[in-house]
Design a protein around this ligand. Sequence first.
Ligand code: SRM
Ligand code: SF4
Length: 515
Amino acid sequence: MTAATINTTSQNKFEKLKAEKDGLSVKAEIEKFATLGWEAMDETDRDHRLKWLGVFFRPVTPGKFMMRLRMPNGILNSSQMRVLAEVVQRYGDDGCVDITTRQNFQLRGVRIEDLPEIFNRFQEVELTTVQSGMDNVRNITGDPLAGLDASELYDTRELVDQIQAMITNNGVGNAEFSNLPRKFNIAITGGRDNSVHAEINDLAFIPAFKDGNFGFNILVGGFFSAKRCDAAIPLNAWVHPQDVVAVCRAILEVYRDNGLRANRQKSRLMWLIDEWGLERFREEVELRLGKSLLPGAAHDEINWEKRDHIGIHKQKQSDLYYAGLHIPVGRLYAEDMFEIARLAEVYGTSEIRLTVEQNIVIPNISDARLASFFTESLLGKFKINPEPLTRALVSCTGAQFCNFALIETKNRALAMIKALESELEMSQPVRIHWTGCPNSCGQPQVADIGLMGTKARKNGKPVEGVDIYMGGKVGKDAHLGTCVTKGVPCEDLQPVLHELLVTHFGAKPKVLVNT
Ligand code: SRM
Ligand code: SF4
């Protein structure tokens, strides 16, 4: 069955709009939209179908669009970084870039009349935004240390590129996979510390040996949504690296053609696995693959605690180091990006990497260049040794740009961490994740302390608040945290967090000296 022949008998609004016109078809209309302007163009194209090209209408800032890239394995080069910086630079105060929780970039402030030129510029430096929103496969995440880490078991970079090429037809757009029942997340890691949060992806490949051969155990069905959150479960299947792309294709075909489409709250892969049972799902995947899957390896090789990649660390290549720069809540401006591009060229090999913690890694800095690197003023802003709470802070977009948001997140998260650090001494990082609503883009369930925006009440009046999650464990034996307290007004949150940090994470109140 092809995407065009999918049975959409019981159609919700989104299935209808996809059936009427495939999202990818707006690619041919970009010039027309640019001439018409955002107010005159068809609303369904503007608000929904443009997302197939990674262009998001923002009801919060009408006329100023967001563009979501694809950054396979979170890797780009300095020329690409410069192009991205130049695109947002022209938008003055409206223009900025966010590093996302999927190791990716989102551009802000984009005007529709500029899209033809922006797409041309992207093409020149081999950047693509295609199929990064709506019912498509999201950015494929991989270990940010792929090819650099002495302890890694497999360098995933090429595999991630191949999967992206298969799904997007080399970044051009692929109608075979442009009408999935819902979004779909894929992660693949060859490292030991689960740097990609494998457990929260619809499909994840994690390292495992079978009969002495290297391959991947497959996890399926992990996802977060406002209705339900589940960690991925083992498919009881193991694949050689050379079969990974074919397995991705087979699973996507099974999901595309059989995934539940009537109710969008029940359309993610796990709901299909529930309906069929894991055994039938596995058999259907084998049918598409045209061969049996080998049973999963008894144990996987995720046996390290998760690293955050901040700081200066040795690579497997002798005399080379990578620098992990902390980018507060992932927010960058054009001048920052030009500087990062420059540093990558002057000290490294022009390469820049992103992490799911919304930070940046500059690899391949030689021993001899380190002393000079330390003198760069950008390290004052993007630190290699930030304070423990700042270091592990993650935040979704929130109310500044996202119309689902129930609260403001990024600025509030930064202010709160500053306040807490002024009153507490921390001996270890505590991973605090903010997310503006139950969609959970900021992954509060993987955090030590997760804060999810909600509507709270104070003195009988509605106020911005959070539900507090705790117990998220990352790295080896990863598991999801759960909600421990509901509806804390944001204005009362600081003492609550103070107490949690003291009680559960060894924080010591600072002795404030009166002068
Ligand atoms: Fe997300 C929808 C931002 C990672 C679950 N997410 C949205 C939208 C597109 C809603 C909208 O149109 O406003 C947000 C765009 C706001 C904006 O202007 O930035 C948005 N999601 C983000 C990002 C930017 C958060 C961030 O600050 O890093 C992340 C972009 C990743 C990327 O590069 O593609 C982002 N979103 C996630 C994750 C985390 C992950 O993938 O590890 C999740 C939970 C995991 C998952 O999907 O299973 C996530 N986003 C959602 C959902 C709930 C999905 C569901 O099945 O119900 C929605 C709502 C939806 O799809 O209907 C959503
Ligand atoms: Fe928007 Fe909610 Fe996602 Fe935050 S969690 S980016 S507020 S949809």
